[in-house]
Design a protein around this ligand. Structure first.
Ligand SMILES: [Zn+2]
Ligand SMILES: [Zn+2]
Length: 368
């Protein structure tokens, strides 16, 4: 009891009522509410992470908080009350802990202007070939407008039926479209290359759902778990198996957490990161705002173990390439230098890293 009170008190002293604190208050109120109000509070809590401005800045400028997405007159009054008289704050439970708001991420990046500028590309994006909405060409235009030099198209693969995952045949067809987009980019002298890639669905045993021969032809492969994500027992074995799968370069959204929905898997993370470092494979910061996976606490551990990281927005629409700010800010906060982040490699170095990871994986067969 005393310990909890102390924790709350120190939290109150160190945390301003920023969007993150407001999100937690909204989520906390949702837990006491029912029906539509509960839904509205939960939705607003989630949306607060995407507000570009701090609510306190809007209020100080005399602007209406209804300018913020998800906030109507009722919630505006509630937030204004909190801003005028700070209510008791508690640190968020695990299921909502360690998420950055966009407003905070942008402040962090403003203090490190050279960091984002040096970014070469996004390594986790979806198109209408699986469950995204943009075509390969539209994603290329969006990547060009962000001055990227490469963009990995990482659509889902066949076991993820709900996301229209690609079979070996459709992945080949997509490759032809990627090649034709690359030909247009080269013809127009645009310094951007679309990488053929995939977000391969991994079984809990770390096995991929596509034939090795199909994965051999790709520039880069992300392996992600999309099932059995609510297991509470230690999952170290499945992570080690995934990393040791010769087809995989990057472990996608490793924890499998979702804001206010799922905590993600447990593992001996130091051991997982050490194995990734030994194999020189990367673990991801999935920048999708609800995911932000790996979380900051684990990123610091990955840094200590010497593990490479890869940044990906997991964009399902062209505009979502902007989510990259969450990953960049998290990498900065965790203390990563550019040389440990795959996305700061030149295209040539990226290809060389990728092909070296495949020395044991040639001719469409696995060699151990
Ligand atoms: Zn995924
Ligand atoms: Zn994805």
């Amino acid at each position: 009891m005393v310990k909890t009170a102390k924790k709350a008190a120190s939290f109150r002293q160190t945390v301003l009522l920023d969007n993150s604190a407001i999100a937690e208050l909204l989520a906390g109120e949702a837990e006491q509410a029912n029906g539509q109000l509960r839904q509205a509070l939960r939705r607003a809590a989630r949306t607060a992470f995407l507000w570009e401005d701090e609510a306190y800045d809007l209020a100080a400028a005399g602007k209406s908080l209804t300018e913020l997405e998800g906030i109507g007159p009722f919630l505006e009054r509630r937030i204004q009350q909190w801003l005028e008289k700070t209510p008791p704050l508690v640190s968020p439970p695990e299921i909502r802990d360690d998420f950055l708001t966009l407003a905070r991420a942008r402040r962090i990046l403003l203090n490190h202007p050279n960091f984002a500028e040096a970014l070469q590309g996004d390594l986790h994006t979806h198109t209408c070939w699986s469950d995204g909405t943009g075509t390969v060409g539209e994603m290329a235009i969006a990547a060009k407008s962000r001055s990227y030099h490469y963009l990995a198209i990482t659509d889902h693969t066949k076991a993820l039926k709900i996301a229209h995952g690609l079979s070996e045949e459709r992945l080949l067809d997509q490759g032809k479209e990627v090649a034709s987009v690359n030909a247009v980019l080269a013809e127009k002298d645009v310094d951007l290359v679309i990488l053929r890639s995939a977000e391969v669905n991994l079984t809990p045993l770390g096995e991929a759902d596509l034939e090795p021969s199909a994965l051999c032809g790709l520039d880069l492969v992300i392996g992600s778990f999309h099932s059995a994500l609510r297991r509470t027992e230690d999952q170290t074995t499945r992570y080690l198996a995934a990393l040791r799968n010769p087809a995989i370069h990057i472990l996608g959204h490793p924890q499998g957490r979702i804001f206010n929905y799922r905590e993600g898997l447990r593992a001996d993370w130091a051991r997982v990161f050490a194995e990734a470092a030994r194999l020189d494979k990367a673990v991801e910061i999935d920048a999708y705002p609800d995911r932000q996976d790996l979380k900051l606490g684990l990123l610091r551990l990955a840094l200590k173990e010497g593990t490479r990281i890869s940044l990906g927005t997991d964009a399902h629409h062209t505009w979502q390439l902007a989510f990259m700010d969450f990953a960049l800010a998290a990498a900065l906060l965790a203390g990563f230098q550019k040389d440990r982040i795959v996305n700061f490699m030149s295209l040539q170095d990226l290809r060389s890293w990728s092909s070296k990871r495949r020395e044991c994986f040639s001719g469409g067969r696995y060699h151990r």
